[in-house]
Design a protein around this ligand. Structure first.
Ligand code: AHR
Length: 499
């Protein structure tokens, strides 16, 4: 196939927050995950040093917290101060110690030098509680909540810029769910109070790619909003943990931009496309497994134990890596409207990083983030492809899809003009040659390739099935000056071309 990039034609500058992460109080993400006081691998504040180091390597720009569904019954005041009283978590039906709260989250973000993004309780909570949280975090000293923060040892405000109203409140199963008619006015009132406490905050609100929901939301609250949140999980495993196989996952890359297109269209229809950005603030190929959360009887612990199934490393394969790279490429192509995205979650459950007592595992998709955050540029440039082979693949419901075999996104570093082109070969077995023109001659080219021992390759303690390597042997120059790149099957490659 052929690809032509035009490095002079910069389409947009991407926001680095598209490489963000998410952490929820769910199973082993926080406790026994990133936060594990007493573990020999934890630092003086209880954070796992090995996890922090891995997160620093992927230059995490922003973390969304504390949920997810968890936040819809979370009262932030339980998680601050010297005396933390455990409470019952009505979202996930476990006991929450409240040991990790706002101040611990901010400390984590400071250690990673990333932006905190707080999602508020729009389920059992209301505008008053949300705006009190803004006061606690952002006011220098005015008000009892700001003064409580000072008493808790934080004389300087936490300066949290990114906030959102609610999480998935459109779902019946969400605690305190709302109808489309209720949601718009609710967000408007919450936003008004939050911004009266700190007009400098940027605000999002829970949404879905649904015309009715968004029309009510934007009409009532559009003037207060800076972001609109949507979520995406393609392999839904909430009740039954039967992860889709490689080709079934690849089939779903067919329509990755569907929801972005829909939300973009509505923003445009309301004349808000320049004002409001999309925050894709939860996304993952695999949905989390948390069966029977509504109806498991008291005393039945199996429904909690079932959450361990999320952490079977053998189920995170090159499918996750290839899918994630295609998703990030889609975000780059839509970087004019998508300004933030948060992989859900960062640690354990379906995360990029798996923790165990003696160390961590970096799952294949982790390396996609490593390659993209370290190598891809901040400017998205024009890229035109021809003769792209098309695959045939059925998704897990048996629906035939026809995704293109190769996904390419081209970028440039504004600082030094160097180029970085991501090329994903989705085919499970076949290599493919890409003839790439537009890279000025005389550049130093290098190819980083994330490949696996097979499409189902995975990483686990003592097993490395997938990892990136420098593979300049896959590059050659054709007679017409085009660069010939041989993409291995089921691989994610980033070509860099420096002066
Ligand atoms: O399945 C996990 C949940 O997924 C998160 O809490 C929620 O926000 C999302 O639907």
């Amino acid at each position: 196939m052929k690809a032509k990039i035009d490095p002079e034609r910069v389409l947009f500058t991407r926001n680095p927050m598209i490489y963000g992460q998410f952490l929820e109080h769910f199973h082993r993400q926080i406790y026994g995950g990133i936060y594990d006081p007493g573990n020999p691998l934890a630092d003086e504040d209880g954070f796992r040093e090995d996890v922090l180091e891995a997160l620093r390597r992927i230059r995490v720009p922003v973390i969304r917290w504390p949920g997810g569904c968890y936040v819809s019954a979370y009262h932030w005041q339980n998680g601050v101060g010297k005396r933390r009283v455990p409470s019952y978590d009505k979202a996930w039906r476990t006991e929450e110690s409240n040991a990790f709260g706002t101040d611990e989250f901010i400390r984590l973000c400071r250690k990673l030098e990333c932006e905190p993004y707080i999602c508020t309780n729009a389920g059992s909570g209301g505008p008053e509680e949300m705006s009190d949280w803004v006061e606690y975090c952002n006011l220098p000293k005015e008000g009892r909540h700001a003064r409580a923060r000072i008493e808790n040892g934080f004389t300087e405000p936490h300066r949290v810029k990114y906030w959102s109203v609610g999480n998935e409140n459109y779902l019946d199963g969400e605690i305190g769910s709302k109808t489309a008619e209720e949601w718009g006015p609710f967000v408007r009132e919450a936003a008004k109070m939050m911004k009266r406490v700190d007009p400098g905050i940027q605000l999002s609100a829970a949404a879905v790619a649904d015309t009715d929901w968004n029309a009510h939301l934007l009409k009532n609250a559009g003037r207060w909003m800076d972001w609109i949140s949507i979520h995406g999980y393609w392999d839904e495993l909430w009740q039954e943990n039967r992860p889709a196989g490689y080709e079934q996952c690849i089939a779903r890359t067919d329509d990755l931009d569907r929801d972005v297109r829909r939300v973009r269209g509505l923003l445009t229809a309301f004349g808000l496309e320049k004002k409001i950005r999309i925050a894709y603030d939860e996304w993952n190929l695999r949905g989390w497994h948390h069966p029977r959360v509504d109806d498991a009887p008291l005393g039945d612990r199996d429904f909690i134990a079932a959450r361990d199934l999320n952490d079977d490393n053998a189920t995170y394969t090159m499918a996750d890596a290839v899918f994630s790279a295609c998703f990030l490429n889609m975000l780059l192509r839509n970087a004019d409207v998508v300004g933030m995205a948060n992989f859900a979650p960062a640690v354990n459950t379906r995360g990029l990083i798996f923790t165990y007592d003696r160390g961590i595992v970096l799952r294949p998709a982790y390396y996609v983030f490593e390659m993209y955050t370290q190598l891809m540029g901040d400017e998205v440039t024009d890229c035109f492809t021809r003769e792209t082979p098309v695959m045939k693949a059925a998704d897990r419901f048996g629906r035939e899809r026809a995704p293109e075999q190769v996904d390419i996104a081209a970028t440039r570093h504004s600082g030094d003009g160097s180029l970085a082109v991501s090329m994903v070969n989705k085919h499970p077995r076949d290599a493919v040659e890409v003839f790439l023109s537009g890279i000025p001659s005389g550049r130093n080219t290098e190819l980083r390739a994330l490949t696996g021992t097979g499409p189902d390759a995975f990483n686990a303690p003592g097993i490395t099935g997938a990892r990136p390597e420098t593979r300049n042997d896959l590059l050659s120059r054709g007679e017409d000056g085009a660069l010939r790149v041989s993409l291995p099957p089921h691989s994610v490659c980033v070509l860099t071309a420096r002066e």
